[in-house]
Ligand binder design. Sequence first.
Ligand code: SF4
Ligand code: SF4
Length: 342
Amino acid sequence: MKRVRFGKTNLQVSKIAFGGIPIQRVETEEAVKIIRGVIDLGVNFIDTANAYSDSEKKIGLAIRGIQRENIVIASKSTAKDKNTFLKHVDLSLKQLGVDYVDIHQLHNVSTENDYNAVFGENGAWEGLQEAIRAGKVRFPAFSSHNIRLAVRIIREGKFMAVQLPFNYIDNEAALEAIPLAKKLDMGFIAMKPFGGGLLSDANLSLKYLMQFDSIVPDPGIEKLSEMEEIMEIADSGAPLTESEVQKIEKAKAELSGSWCHRCDYCQPCPQKIGISTLLGVESIIKRMPFWRASAFASNAAEAARNCISCRSCVAKCPYNLDIPALLKEKIVLWDKYVSENT
Ligand code: SF4
Ligand code: SF4
């Protein structure tokens, strides 16, 4: 697998990274086999988070015995304050069984409140700098679902890498975030390269992403054969054909009324409904074990039952989604999923 320079970190990483979410659904022994298989295929870049339950532990078991310098590890912490952040870094190191991670991301800095908390006094940003001084982290990074806010943070120049959603449907980052990160020589991880498991045509997804030479997609997989397919497409270097471009346009048109980009521009909701969480529930169901999906989505599903159809969210959604109607659909889907699993 081709190696690329990951921005000003100067790390040499595989053109495709390994995303650590779906292995939560796989039994430990099998997960370890998959991760080792992925590394044998030439992937040296692994992205995880301590919010992904046992993902770090499984990765830690899989990389045991591999020379540390041969693997590039990125992890994340959702903590917004310094002390919790530092505890999370120590937890990541323990679970991964390593002395340092190469890249550590402030996880999901997506709202003004997040921004104010992480960069405020005793915020996670201070913790990240302390972890770097202590040699526990090499390079600072952040992830976000809010592309507008991310552009602002990228511009401020504090970070060496960023992770944002990017695929042929969630493509807002192509407008400004990706060119800006490239100009500032930042590493860029393309989160959700297959739309969080909802874009099933790997060929279309990969070929679309490969047009952007400064990004590294981090698909999550549950079977080694999936990574083999991904790498074959990525290695081929074949561009999108005219008919594939048309397929993408058709998919965009079909999904335009229902696809939530998780940007949270529709917030705040007076009923405190986690709109993007519930609208993304199919991806959650697909990629997480039941207990984890419940922890993630059940509050949003309960809150959504209290939607008062004020439509203040609709007015703010740049994609004109009929959010109250979509929430009703997702509640039905969620209830069915819960009843099938309890
Ligand atoms: S329509 Fe429902 S989801 Fe949207 S802002 Fe109003 S209460 Fe919240
Ligand atoms: S409903 Fe619209 S504004 Fe809200 S997160 Fe989804 S795409 Fe963004």
